[in-house]
Design a binder for this molecule. Structure first.
Ligand SMILES: Cc1ncc(COP(=O)(O)O)c(C=O)c1O
Length: 385
């Protein structure tokens, strides 16, 4: 319905290419069929066979003892924090661009009563190991919080879908082990990381104690995330899930889509990565002084296009990408998001076809050319409607 309204506004020949985020992906036909015939029970009693199967297979995929099916990644992070930081006066160390730190409404403080003590994220999603060592405090004095959890994010969303190096993860694991602190991986897009590195998801998660991956992003499911860890951790997590209102009954309807995702959607994410690189290269090719992309950082399904803020108004740029003017040679409306003030983000997922990608490249190049031409002629801000 919504799409129909936009189409009517734009003209029937216009293709809408929505690259705001991969959560826009809708379930495949195979998922819908599996959901329809799923074997169901009450999952709060541990009696939904489809959920149990998804949890068993996810634990195996991630190389952990057990797993828990949840409504969202935000809940996976929050539950982990509540389990691992159950002593009052706890702190979490994570990167300062981490999702838990920036994009979860301060859930650790708001709900778990835990302090976030972020350290600077590097552009590659890592943080300095020396700074981490310095920040850890497991023997606090009467004034200080006690470090109870370290969180890493893989792939890293705000850093543009970059993949954490395996040797860095190993070192984080070693430092944490020295101090007996658990490490949690926010692996909303862990599958993309594994596909990029050409290793198993289990290998990516090897050096962390707990990890979750999202089903509802690049894997295309309607809802869901799976959190994995030791038997003891998952028993505690199951209890916390209930108090947060996350105990769901015949959740096998959703888990059925997750099982299809595990069978059919993992390897194909490399197509999204190829699509992202194609768009990035199209931006790079323009050699614009106003729009930049760092090709080395386009590793998975996310592209950050940096803009010269003195010349481009972000909202105006987004509007221009979305609008198709009468004389435009490219009949595509491209939507993107802006999580930071100096760039826009394009995210690929399975419903974005090769044809869409070509059109998106053409449209983005058309808009870049317009800005470049205007600024090469006169130093004024272009006035798009
Ligand atoms: C890195 C990361 N972690 C956690 C989340 C939260 O996942 P959800 O939207 O399922 O709550 C997201 C969502 O985009 C994310 O990108």
């Amino acid at each position: 319905m919504y799409e129909k309204i936009i189409k009517a506004d734009l003209g029937a020949d216009v293709r809408i290419i929505d690259l705001r985020t991969d959560t826009l992906s809708r379930p495949t036909q195979e998922m819908k069929e599996a959901m329809y015939i799923a074997d169901l029970g009450d999952d709060v009693y541990g009696e939904d066979p489809t959920v149990t199967e998804l949890e068993r297979r996810s634990a195996e995929l991630l190389g952990k003892e057990d797993a828990l099916f949840l409504v969202s990644g935000t809940m996976a992070n929050l539950i982990t924090i509540m389990v691992q930081c159950s002593h009052r006066g706890s702190e979490i160390i994570s990167g300062d661009k981490g999702h838990t730190c920036c994009l979860e409404q301060g859930g650790p403080a708001q709900i778990a009563g835990v302090q976030s003590s972020p350290i600077k994220n590097e552009d590659d999603g890592t943080f300095s190991l020396d700074v981490l060592r310095e920040a850890i405090n497991v023997n606090p004095n009467v004034f200080e919080p006690k470090t109870s959890l370290i969180i890493v994010e893989n792939t890293h969303n705000l850093c543009g879908g970059v993949v954490l190096p395996l040797d860095w993860l190993e070192k984080v694991g070693d430092i944490a082990a020295e101090h007996n602190i658990p490490v949690h991986m926010d692996g909303a897009r862990l599958i993309n990381a594994a596909v990029y590195l050409r290793v198993s998801p289990k290998r990516v998660a090897r050096d962390v104690d707990t990890v979750f991956f999202s089903l509802s992003k690049g894997l295309g499911c309607p809802v869901g995330a799976v959190l994995a860890g030791s038997n003891d951790f998952i028993t505690k997590a199951r209890r916390v899930r209930k108090v947060l209102g996350g105990g769901w009954r015949q959740a096998g309807v959703l888990a059925a889509a997750g099982l299809v995702a595990l069978d059919t959607m993992i390897d194909r994410t490399k197509i999204d990565h190829e699509h992202a690189l194609k768009i990035a290269k199209a931006i790079h090719q323009m050699k614009s002084n106003i729009f930049k992309v760092d090709l080395a950082k386009v590793q998975t399904n996310i592209i950050l296009m940096y803009i010269d803020r003195s010349k481009v108004d972000l909202k105006q740029l987004q509007r221009r990408l979305q609008t198709v003017l009468d004389g435009d040679s490219v009949r595509a409306s491209v939507r993107c998001s802006s999580l930071k003030s100096n760039c826009v983000r394009f995210v690929l997922y399975y419903e974005i076809t090769a044809e869409d990608v070509q059109l998106a490249c053409d449209k983005i190049q058309l808009v870049i050319k317009e800005y470049d031409e205007i600024f090469s002629l006169k130093n004024v801000i272009p006035q798009f409607k």
